[in-house]
Design a protein around this ligand. Structure first.
Ligand SMILES: [Zn+2]
Length: 260
């Protein structure tokens, strides 16, 4: 039907309530450009035809409206394959393009998905991956992000450093040329590893007392200290009390206050 042979009053029956309700507002959901087209078309008709009179009514499931039943059949047939598409010359101008406009939200979603899988691929090849997996297999999914969502930035970064072993203790500092020795300043026979600092170094015996008192035997599990919210509080307390990272990481702030 072309604009020239329209006669008013005209009645349009639609079985989609959402489509009818969308009539007034602009919105950016997928497929909204069709509603926009329709709205613009109506505005043009109203301008061009003094007797413009259109009623849009809702009919459940096209029942009893011959034209709609035919349209429904044609739509179902078209969905079965390209060979049933209408010839382009019979389509309105804006539907003759090779592909329909993409919706912004669909584009965003596709971009997000592609970025995420690229990051996962790169991450799984990185040397840190295996080491971190041993501590918490959930590191690369959302659990770490969820755990640290409300943490101060410095705390999150300390936890990441502890997980990746890139922490300013002599063992690591020596490896990157920032310390003359890999050994502990207080225990010349032992390398200052994370394990040594957290669990062994006798110099911090007193500071470690709170940690072991509160957490029992679990206080000697690195993976527990790095993943349990309650344990993280005691870990922060211990780290600050030792002042070992004071000049490098600074004072570590506690997670959002909670009772422990
Ligand atoms: Zn030591």
């Amino acid at each position: 039907m072309s604009e020239n042979n329209l006669s008013f009053p005209l009645s349009i029956s639609i079985d989609n309530q959402a489509a009818i309700q969308s009539g007034e507002g602009f919105y950016s959901r997928p497929g909204s450009y069709l509603a926009d087209r329709f709205r613009r078309m109506m505005q043009k008709l109203a301008r061009d035809h003094p007797d413009f009179d259109i009623t849009i009514r809702w009919v459940p499931g096209h029942e009893g409206v011959h034209g709609n039943e035919e349209a429904d059949k044609a739509a179902k047939l078209a969905a079965t394959g390209k060979q049933h598409n209408s010839p382009k010359t019979r389509l309105p101008q804006y539907l003759r393009l090779e592909s329909l406009p993409l919706s912004i939200s669909a584009l965003k979603q596709a971009h997000h998905k592609a970025t995420h899988s690229r990051w996962t691929r790169m991450w799984s090849k990185s040397p840190r991956f295996t080491r971190i997996q041993q501590i918490d297999p959930n590191t690369i999914n959302r659990s770490f992000l969820k755990l640290t969502a409300t943490f101060p930035k410095r705390l999150t970064s300390m936890l990441m450093n502890l997980r990746s072993h890139h922490i300013p203790l002599n063992r690591h500092l020596h490896r990157i040329g920032k310390s003359d020795t890999p050994n502990c300043t207080h225990c010349p026979q032992s390398e200052e590893t994370i394990h040594h600092f957290l669990f062994e170094c006798r110099h911090f015996h007193r500071e470690r007392h709170d940690l072991t008192n509160a957490l029992g035997h679990k206080a000697s599990s690195l993976s527990f200290l790095l993943t349990d919210i309650n344990a993280i509080h005691y870990l922060v307390r211990f780290v600050n009390a030792t002042k070992r990272f004071k000049t490098t990481l600074g004072e570590i702030k506690m997670p959002v206050p909670r009772t422990i």
